[in-house]
Design a protein. Structure first.
Length: 393
């Protein structure tokens, strides 16, 4: 967002004035939205003109129409009148998270192209939201009415007949009551299919589910372990039990898959080295059934979740536990983890506000290295709590 005339021009001044402070050129209106607005949109408040909070399938059309007003003040006035749109220059409270009418579901790809990460894949929602209550998750059952299911005939009828790669999208795709028949129907069409979320208790309960996944091209069965131990999973309100994960390993092997991939978090509240040791022992047991890969992320507490106020474990603590896990599983399990340092940056932004957002720009301008972020954000182990009250829904 640097001005060509003066790279140091303030983004905040642009937002308030509607033009570059040094050359008076009209500045484009900047709008934001997306999944992060379900948790904490405040770091964007000093950077953008308006934020669409929550779902926006239909609301985005109204937002674009308001953005066509002139002059700038008329744009902001019109945007401020739209439900669930936060205009920092106007509002002193955040709007509640918006939910669209179920009649607009599902969202799906308008265009398929090879020039994307999921190249030539037709993406479609099978459901929106989640019926589960995981304490760390923004998309838990209390968010926007919980899980809203798209009927199987609507999903299948929306997917083009010539689609060969299909992605079924949602926070809890495997909880759809008709997920297995849908997979078999797509397999009959010759489609390769990817699912965005597979729960171990659902997989373990249904041999036909894993069989259907094999039919649509799955070579790796991917699900979530979530916490390092049974005790930790209980604190997270997760249903994954050792018996479910063992059954997943057995079914993956039975249906000719190459490996089991498990996601989990480390550094969750109350976790100890003993929990990590339990994870080592149990994962080693799984690896005797089928090759196992672990994808690990550091726990980062998010706004609008029961664990909102939980602390970040600390970069050194997370790194120590990752090292303990790697040493315990060396030569037996493929362990890959995201950076503890960048998880700290995520934590600061997840708990921060407009000040942290503007400091993020300073970090990017300084080269975007972790050192630049640490210098800009300050190396506090506990993030500052910056919040606005939320308007009643």
């Amino acid at each position: 967002m640097s001005c060509r005339c003066s790279p140091s021009a303030s983004p905040t001044n642009w937002r308030l004035q509607g033009s570059c402070a040094c050359c008076a050129r009209p500045d484009p209106l900047v709008l934001a939205g997306g999944p992060l607005t379900f948790s904490n949109p405040l770091p964007l408040a000093g950077i953008v003109d308006a934020i669409v909070v929550g779902e926006a399938d239909a609301r985005v059309v109204e937002t674009i129409c308001a953005a066509r007003q002139t002059p700038r003040q008329a744009q902001l006035d019109a945007l401020a009148q739209i439900a669930h749109v936060f205009v920092p220059a106007h509002h002193s409270v955040l709007p509640p998270v918006g939910a669209e009418d179920d009649a607009v579901l599902p969202a799906y790809s308008a265009i398929t192209t090879p020039h994307t990460e999921l190249s030539n894949m037709f993406l479609i929602e099978t459901e929106r939201g989640c019926s589960r209550g995981c304490t760390y998750c923004v998309m838990r059952r209390s968010t926007n009415g919980g899980m809203r299911i798209v009927p199987a005939d609507v999903v299948l009828g929306t997917i083009p007949k010539d689609a060969t790669r299909v992605g079924l999208v949602g926070a809890a795709v495997s909880d759809h009551p008709k997920i297995v028949p849908m997979l078999h129907a797509l397999a009959d069409r010759g489609c390769n299919v990817g699912l965005s979320s597979l729960r171990p208790d659902r997989l373990a309960a249904n041999d036909d589910f894993v069989s259907a996944l094999a039919r649509v091209g799955y070579r790796t069965l991917t699900t979530a372990m979530d916490g390092t131990s049974e005790r930790v999973r209980d604190t997270l309100d997760r249903r994954a039990r050792p018996k479910h994960l063992l059954k997943c390993a057995e079914l993956a092997k039975k249906h000719g898959m190459d490996r089991l991939k498990l996601y989990l978090m480390i550094g969750t509240p109350g976790e100890t080295d003993a929990d990590v040791d339990e994870c080592v022992a149990f994962t080693a047991e799984l690896s005797r059934i089928i090759p196992v890969a672990l994808g690990i992320a550091a726990f980062c507490p998010k706004r609008n979740t029961p664990l909102d106020h939980a602390p970040f474990a600390g970069i050194a603590v997370v790194d120590d536990r990752l090292d303990r896990l790697r040493r315990g599983l060396r030569g037996r399990v493929d362990v890959r983890a995201t950076s503890a340092r960048w998880a700290w940056v995520e934590y600061i932004l997840a708990q921060g506000g407009e000040t942290e957002g503007l400091r993020l720009i300073d970090a990017v301008d300084a080269g975007g290295s972790f050192r630049a972020y640490a210098r800009a954000l300050g190396r506090a182990e506990r993030a500052p709590r910056r919040a606005l009250p939320v308007a009643a829904g």
